[in-house]
Design a protein around this ligand. Structure first.
Ligand code: 5AD
Ligand code: SF4
Ligand code: FES
Length: 363
């Protein structure tokens, strides 16, 4: 057995690992090693979560954001885009599409706003959807108080996505404005509050950020394990021209390398946390034609077909080359069905597709 095999088997069998082992796996590069990593991640996926891809219809319901993350295209400081919030009717229409097409679950995502009107709106649409349709709801509306998270939960959402973006406090500081509202500790506290409120917890990072090291990424995997997350979203960082981080574009890894490193992170996370849900992020497709299929083959098991009305999609561009800008919900559905079949999975229609990890913890 070569060393790559030993390390991979070690992680699978022991269920513990060191940063050094993760670093070793992230550095694998020969075709044989990568094939073995992929086959192992695939086998673990099959055994612990099945060869099933769950769908979450994604509704990007507002691009208004009070924050200024240095990487993001809808940051408050970008005055070049019109700001929108979908109406309740538009959201209900998207939810109806998800229900009729047996998607099972929705993700309601927006920029971060903490005013009462916004919070009330989120509660209202969540409970309106839950009253009418049997759909699982994941929220992704940024940092909120513990009290607000409780209200969201009581409205009927049961999963929440809040990426840590990077588990390194130093790197976090470099990719956010240096002020009190972009604070690493606050983000960590929010993740704990979400758990306390009862949510299935999803977090994640961007891969290929300027200044990011392999040690940072190995630390991210450790961070996920220590926090005992239920779901992960790991996607490549993609530069956006109207953001401050764009100035470092020449220092980035080439897109193919960023894609490969993201796929390795997904595979290693599947080995490290066997029964969690891992999303095949849309950004993967922005840097690689078959990015999302490849992620499903490397251990991811969730895809988010876009349900945002076509006229609003262009106004919700966190990064450049966002896919599906000119497609509608129907076209994305057909396209993703094919992609999932290519990856060798079946689609988990008509079920919420909750994290096995969350359910296993409660047993
Ligand atoms: N490239 C890739 N992902 C991005 N996000 C924001 N901006 C970018 C970018 N330029 C991701 C962040 C955020 C999620 C909603 O979108 O990780 O948490
Ligand atoms: Fe706002 Fe989220 Fe973009 Fe940061 S990443 S600017 S919080 S939408
Ligand atoms: Fe939208 Fe392929 S997923 S067109």
């Amino acid at each position: 057995m070569n060393t790559a095999e030993q390390h991979i088997r070690g992680i699978i069998e022991r269920d513990t690992f060191t940063r050094v082992e993760i670093l070793y796996l992230l550095a694998l590069h020969t075709k044989d090693e990568l094939d073995y990593l992929k086959a192992s991640a695939r086998a673990v996926k099959k055994q612990y979560v099945g060869n099933v891809t769950w769908l979450r219809g994604l509704i990007e319901f507002s691009n208004k954001c009070s924050k200024n993350c240095l990487y993001c295209g809808i940051r408050a400081g970008n005055q070049g885009i019109d700001r929108f919030t979908l109406s309740e009717d538009e959201i209900m229409e998207a939810a109806a599409f998800a229900y009729e097409n047996r998607y099972g679950s929705l993700v309601l995502q927006s920029g971060e706003q903490q005013n009462k009107e916004f919070i009330d709106f989120v509660c209202r649409i969540t409970s309106a959807i839950k009253t009418k349709y049997d759909l699982g709801i994941t929220l992704s509306c940024g940092e909120q108080t513990e009290e607000t998270y409780r209200r969201f939960y009581e409205s009927g959402a049961h999963r929440y996505l809040l990426r840590i973006e990077t588990s390194s406090p130093e790197l976090y500081r470099k990719i956010h404005p240096d002020d009190k509202i972009h604070d690493f500790e606050t983000r960590i506290n929010c993740l704990h509050s979400l758990k306390k409120a009862g949510f299935q917890l999803g977090t994640g990072v961007m891969v290929g950020l300027p200044f990011q090291t392999q040690e940072d990424l190995a630390g991210d995997i450790k961070f996920f394990k220590d926090l005992d997350i239920d779901m992960a979203g790991i996607g490549p960082y993609i530069e956006h021209a109207d953001t401050p981080l764009y100035q470092f574009r020449n220092e980035l890894m080439p897109p193919e390398e960023r894609l490969l490193l993201t796929l390795k992170m997904i595979a290693v996370l599947r080995l490290a946390m066997k029964d969690i849900n891992i999303a095949s992020a849309t950004a993967l497709q922005a840097i690689g034609k078959m990015g999302r299929e490849k992620a499903l083959q490397m251990g991811a098991n969730v895809i988010m077909p876009n349900l945002t009305p076509e006229k609003n999609r262009k106004l919700y561009q966190l990064y450049k080359d966002k896919p599906c800008l000119d497609e509608n919900a129907e076209q994305c559905k057909d396209c993703l069905e094919k992609r999932i079949a290519i990856a060798g999975d079946r689609v988990g229609y008509g079920e919420w597709g909750d994290s096995n990890h969350f359910n296993n913890k409660r047993k």
